[in-house]
Design a protein around this ligand. Structure first.
Ligand code: GTP
Ligand code: MG
Length: 182
């Protein structure tokens, strides 16, 4: 039997963003195909795993959901180290959650301290595009994409954890981007 591990990969993914943007919901939709309207703040951090096939590789994503609420953030640098990808999430209906992306991005790089910060794979998700049929969004797609370009061409997806829109696509991109940078 072929005991080679060449065809496998374990990727550590960290999900960051303001409280309430839908980090836990995106993860639950992706891994369990479930959505709840009820808000339950994440405390500290927890991970789930999901296996997916990317070309000829079996990839296990170890997805770390973190707390957006400051008082529940108790993660040290050791937690971020060894990450293969960072998923930043904001809510397209909440300007503040977009404005804080710079802080999340900067803080992640500071803590994770990757060898080549400019090449580290990030993905940006603009979540809750379903709200009010898109009429209450305050951050345009262009504005988000400009931000992504300014950070070295970060891939961008608009998602709805509620309606399961673009969620699989976004996490497939996470896996591919992380693999490409390995
Ligand atoms: P913290 O754990 O505090 O950092 O928050 P979070 O980012 O994990 O947010 P969470 O997933 O708990 O979602 C917050 C609220 O937004 C919940 O009431 C969800 O039901 C709701 N929500 C999440 N994603 C969507 C979405 O795509 N559309 C809509 N309409 N509501 C969403
Ligand atoms: Mg949460």
């Amino acid at each position: 039997m072929d005991m080679s591990t060449k065809g496998r990969a374990l990727l550590k993914v960290i999900v960051l963003g303001d409280s309430g943007v839908g980090k836990t919901s995106l993860m639950n939709q992706y891994v369990y195909k479930k959505f709840s309207q009820q808000y339950k703040a994440t405390i500290g951090a927890d991970f789930v795993t999901k296996e997916l096939q990317v070309d000829d590789k079996l990839v296990t994503l170890q997805i770390w959901d973190t707390a957006g609420q400051e008082r529940f953030q108790s993660l040290g640098a050791a937690f971020y180290r060894g990450a293969d990808c960072c998923v930043l999430v904001y809510d397209v209906n909440v300007l503040r959650s977009f404005e804080t992306l710079n802080n999340w991005h900067e803080e992640f790089l500071k803590q994770a301290d990757p060898i080549d910060p400019d090449a580290f794979p990030f993905i940006l998700l603009g979540n809750k595009i379903d709200v009010d049929g898109g009429n209450s969004r305050v951050v345009s797609q262009k504005k988000a994409m400009d931000w992504c370009v300014s950070k070295g061409n970060i891939p961008y997806f608009e998602t709805s954890a509620k309606e399961d829109y673009n969620v699989d696509e976004a996490f497939l991109c996470v896996a591919k981007t992380a693999l490409a940078t390995e």
